[in-house]
Design a protein around this ligand. Structure first.
Ligand code: HPA
Length: 272
């Protein structure tokens, strides 16, 4: 794993001297954010970077863009990797860990999620306050990469209050309502059963999705200040009265893309 990260890092550094400060991962239907950068410095197809996996998920591009936004150096991931594609949890975080190895100090993740909390509606945005990993997978499985962080990293503050406060402040400035809650991670790719959703609700999850937690663990391990925002793209199985479809998830992502953009911009602007 460490070799793969070094190969990817060396390749990227052979192409550019750009030093990313903020890594942003764009979820389903949210990949257009790269269009809003003030300046694009360089773009990489994931497939061109040795060591990187190749994305297979619908609604996800496979592009890493380095650019400037509000005077900050940003690495944007349009497209991410999921365990349901057949990758190990450790493989799914290779791109993010490459950027962490390059020195990024902040990580902002977005995703699409099903709403479990019955107060939620499709189209809501939820600031993730914590997560529950309902899988047996962990991104740090395997030899520890000591240069990045410790073998047994603390997760008490995995979702940085400082960034969550910036998201809340941005929402307030723009008259937007936000939800707050716990993200439950399920491997997928099947959506959950209604009984699973009832169980997840009982166990404290407000939303459910198939991404993000491995990235949060990897970022937190590396000491990066991290936050995540979920687009509640649908009500979860059994809460919704109809069958769930991927199209619904991608459509909802597109509908809230401008709000998500506002929140990301606010955080990028406020970060030191
Ligand atoms: N379940 C799991 N993942 C999801 C969902 C869902 O309902 N919606 C978007 N991603």
């Amino acid at each position: 794993m460490k070799e793969k990260l070094n190969i990817a890092k060396n390749y990227i550094e052979s192409k550019t001297g750009f030093k990313p400060e903020i890594a942003i991962v764009l979820g389903s239907g949210l990949g257009d954010y790269a269009d809003t950068l003030d300046e694009v410095v360089i773009e990489f197809d994931y497939a061109s970077i040795p060591g990187f996996p190749v994305s297979t998920a619908p609604g996800h591009a496979s592009k890493l863009t380095f650019g400037c936004k509000k005077g900050k150096c940003v690495a944007l991931f349009a497209g991410r990797f999921h365990c349901y594609e057949g990758y190990s949890a450790a493989e799914t975080v290779i791109p993010l860990r490459t950027i962490l190895m390059m020195g990024a100090k902040y990580v902002l993740l977005t995703n699409a999620a099903g709403g479990i909390n019955t107060d939620f509606a499709a189209g809501d945005l939820m600031v993730v306050e914590d997560h529950i990993n309902f899988s047996a997978h962990n991104a740090l499985t395997g030899p520890n990469i000591d240069e990045l962080g410790p073998r047994f990293p603390d997760m008490s503050f995995a979702y940085a209050k400082e960034i969550r406060d910036m998201i809340d402040a941005t929402a307030k400035e723009n008259g937007m309502k936000l939800r707050h809650g716990v993200y439950g991670y399920m491997v997928g790719p099947s959506y959950e059963t209604p009984a699973e959703i009832r169980a997840l609700r009982t166990l404290g999850a407000d939303a459910v999705g198939m991404s993000t937690v491995h990235e949060v663990v990897a970022a937190s391990h590396a000491g990066a200040k991290t936050a995540a925002i979920s687009c509640i793209s649908n009500l979860a199985a059994g809460v919704a009265k109809h069958a769930l479809t991927m199209e619904e998830v991608i459509e909802a992502g597109k509908m809230v893309a401008s709000k998500m953009r506002t929140l990301i911009d606010g955080v990028v602007e406020k970060l030191e």
